[in-house]
Unconditional design. Structure first.
Length: 456
């Protein structure tokens, strides 16, 4: 029976394949075979032996491995025994000198590498889309909000560009963590390589070469868990950034605001209210972010293990690692769907920016009064008084300013109109949008260059 929603509801097939039971075993057998290649170079096994083991590994029988685990009480040993027995005499040196976590943690490194490639590819697509939207809507004026209140005018492109920058930092963060995370661990029972004698360093080197990994400089029986905690934290930060965008859409989709909305198509909004259009994709993103943030604490708890290791990390990591990667994978796909179907309402943005009848331009008035010679604190006091008067009378700030004798001493009527026009108070938005996009493009260029070097 399927119990976890990740089995059928969340996560892509390509990510699920990595963390499936068969997928995990295939990664572990890949490490076992890499050890055999190292032993072949040292004269312990032949290529024919390896060919037999590789042939056996093509058809994994999970039910047989499960029966062995019931008998042995050890999942890695069950896999090793199954592989060795199926390989006959050719399987004699399978797992020779290795401890379980040489296999488990090195397999995790391979899994992380493949899983992060998926995440990075999807994140790049999101960033490309947001960059395009930043440029497309660079002149689409809307209200900027602080504390949920109308603050100053911005553009929709400026809003999107902020997400370009923030999500670029997640890409940067994940790539940096990879240097510490994607490393193999092949050093035996407590990390001393004792079982291989003076051949330990050679075996480690050959295994790593075969798998395309570098080894940890030193380890206990397990790879240091700070890297695991770091990547889960990175994914939780990314999830929270996606949550922030989803929250933006949910808020701006409210009927009384209606500046953005999900493109719902023929999707049912409610089982009883036919008129409903709910931001369900955005809400799914926000809901899943709560789960992945909660996984951080568990992985942080896995850093302190007894002495050279204990088993307290094992059971929790079976849940944390697969769930974190599948959840962020689902969130990224949902974010792409959200962006590709997003509906923008510029006319509502224009209407909403006028709700306060120009009060959002009080700062502009204060700044210009100061530039004309009025002390800044006096200019602030006067601008605030005019704003309060306008609000209390149901008038616009422009009307109040036009009739104020002090203001008329400093500005002509045309100057007041210019000062209180939101279109004239967008600052350096276009420059800042371009700067955010350039930050991302530099990271993308570095990423593509690294991929090219890896493939070559």
């Amino acid at each position: 029976m399927n119990i976890c929603p990740l089995d059928w509801r969340y996560g892509s097939d390509e990510m699920r394949k990595i963390f499936s039971r068969e997928g995990i075993i295939r990664y572990r057998i890949q490490v076992e075979i890499a050890l055999l290649y190292a032993l072949k170079d040292l004269g312990y096994v032949s290529q024919e032996d390896i060919n037999v083991v590789e042939k056996v590994s093509e058809n994994i029988d999970l039910s047989e491995i499960d029966k062995l685990e019931e008998k042995l009480g050890h999942d890695v040993m069950a896999m090793v025994v199954w592989l060795a027995e199926k390989s006959g005499e050719s399987g004699r040196f399978i797992h020779f000198g290795a401890t379980s976590y040489d296999i488990v943690d090195t397999a995790y490194a391979l899994m992380f590498r493949d899983a992060l490639n998926i995440i990075e590819r999807k994140l790049l697509e999101i960033l490309d889309t947001l960059s395009q939207m930043s440029i497309k809507y660079k002149d689409t004026i809307m209200i900027g909000r602080t504390h949920g209140q109308h603050a100053l005018p911005i553009t929709l492109g400026f809003k999107f560009a902020n997400y370009v920058y923030e999500l670029s930092r997640s890409l940067e963060r994940i790539k940096d963590t990879e240097r510490r995370l994607i490393k193999g661990k092949f050093a035996g029972a407590v990390g001393t390589m004792a079982a291989w004698g003076d051949k330990g360093r050679i075996i480690e080197e050959k295994v790593m070469q075969k798998l395309g990994l570098t080894p940890h400089e030193i380890s206990t029986q397990v790879a240091p868990r700070d890297g695991f905690a770091e990547i889960i934290s990175d994914l939780a930060i990314l999830a929270s950034q996606l949550d922030r965008f989803a929250l933006e859409v949910r808020e701006l989709m409210r009927p009384e605001i209606r500046e953005l909305s999900e493109g719902v198509g023929n999707r049912v909004g409610s089982s009883t209210m036919p008129h409903k259009e709910n931001p369900v994709t955005a809400e799914k993103i926000s809901g899943l972010a709560k789960v992945i943030r909660g996984l951080c604490l568990t992985e942080l708890e896995n850093i302190p293990l007894w002495h050279e290791r204990d088993l307290t990390n094992s059971s929790s990591e079976r849940i944390v690692l697969s769930h974190a990667f599948l959840i962020i994978d689902e969130m990224l796909d949902s974010m792409l769907s959200l962006l590709h179907n997003l509906i923008v309402y510029p006319e509502n943005m224009k209407k909403n920016i006028e709700i306060t009848k120009g009060l959002i331009m009080a700062e502009s008035l204060m700044i210009n009064l100061t530039l004309k010679g009025m002390p800044r604190h006096i200019a602030h006091e006067l601008s605030m008084k005019l704003s309060r008067d306008a609000e209390n009378k149901g008038r616009s700030l422009l009307e109040e300013a036009m009739e104020n004798e002090v203001i008329k001493k400093y500005f002509t009527a045309d100057e007041i109109r210019r000062i209180l026009d939101p279109n004239n108070y967008l600052g350096q938005t276009e420059y800042l949008i371009q700067r955010a996009i350039k930050y991302y493009e530099k990271l993308k260029q570095e990423y593509n260059l690294k991929i090219q070097n890896t493939n070559s």
